[in-house]
Design a protein around this ligand. Sequence first.
Ligand SMILES: *Cc1c(COP(=O)(O)O)cnc(C)c1O
Length: 411
Amino acid sequence: MRLEVIKELDSADPFAEVRKAFSIPVNKIYLDGNSLGPLTLVAKKRALEVIEQQWGNDLISSWNLHDWINLPIKVGEKIGPLLGASSNQTICCDSVSINLFKLITCALAGNPERTTILSTTNNFPTDLYVAEGIQRLLGENRCRLQLVENHELNSALKQKPGVLLLTQTDYRTGEIFDIEELTSQAHANGTPVIWDLSHSVGVLPLEMDKWNVDFAVGCTYKYLNGGPGAPAFLYVAHNQQENCVQPLSGWMGHKAPFEFLLNYTPCNGISKFLSGTPPILSMSVLDAALTVYEKVDIHQLREKSIQLTELFMSLLSETGTLRQLQLCSPISAKIRGSQLAFAHQNSFGICQALAAKQVIADFRSPDLLRFGFSPLTLRYEDIWLAVEALQEVMAEERYLLPEYNKKLKVT
Ligand SMILES: *Cc1c(COP(=O)(O)O)cnc(C)c1O
């Protein structure tokens, strides 16, 4: 495919305008927006405002004056539409790990006769570590983590586990589960579900309400561009809220936190899932970043994401580079999120050699090279340039150079 043809795709791109809302370093081709989304101009402006005006000048009165106290609710309401969630079911707080702790324990408490947390071996490590921690805390009589392969879920559900804990988009391969189908299978066995939407939200159309999902969590620093360490979100369906008493019963989830009462009484509704004081700086930045999504049609965005991914694949194939890498993602775009993973014994070196050419991808242990396609910011031309760089790295075996093989703490 010629570069001119690709440039035409960019001229017709409905998201070309939205791209202008971002501060993207010139000459850098960023294929890692699925790990840390890029900076938006509004977020940068808000960060300065919050530091200088709100914290710097208005100090403690900002809790009321700038409504800091309601920020978790306000941001939750902005995330809700991206989940297909109507009001008062989504709130912004803590990290995914902490929110999982709250929701897994709530789901298990719903039916003490059932003790199994059912999940898959390919789930994201933190999800499984938190489940393991709950098993240790409650003891194996009360809680047992059962891990199966994807294709075994169906039969494992028939044994009526206490909760089904799954991540929709596999962080390595990008393979996506059908949330509606699995939720309905779980419900048929009386099992509530918790979906981790970390690699889905902001890039896949989601319908929590329509699909009858009970609980969900997700990250905001990936496709939602909330900034490094931005707080996560949790979703609890209306019909689950009343019965839940979450165990991290901190004062922000209390009915009347500023009455400083001796005992804990939870708020009504989604606010009971709050624990401690919200991180105002990062939550404000996230709040601003989310305004970019107000004008985005998620179905149209999904279309672009698929086109970018397919273009990457076909250019790899045209240049012959595909033969040197082993595709680990599904071939069919329908069951694939906005990422592609390839296995190669020198994946780490390839990733570093690409970075030296200003093409940023990531390496996932033990041997995966992963490319994320953030459709709000990537141009079709970027895909062309990235494949050109990858072709050079592979043809010249640049990944073997010692400078590209030094271990790093974060990969
Ligand atoms: C990124 C990611 C997380 C991160 O969890 P934190 O506790 O917020 O660090 C969790 N689950 C999945 C599936 C992820 O992709």
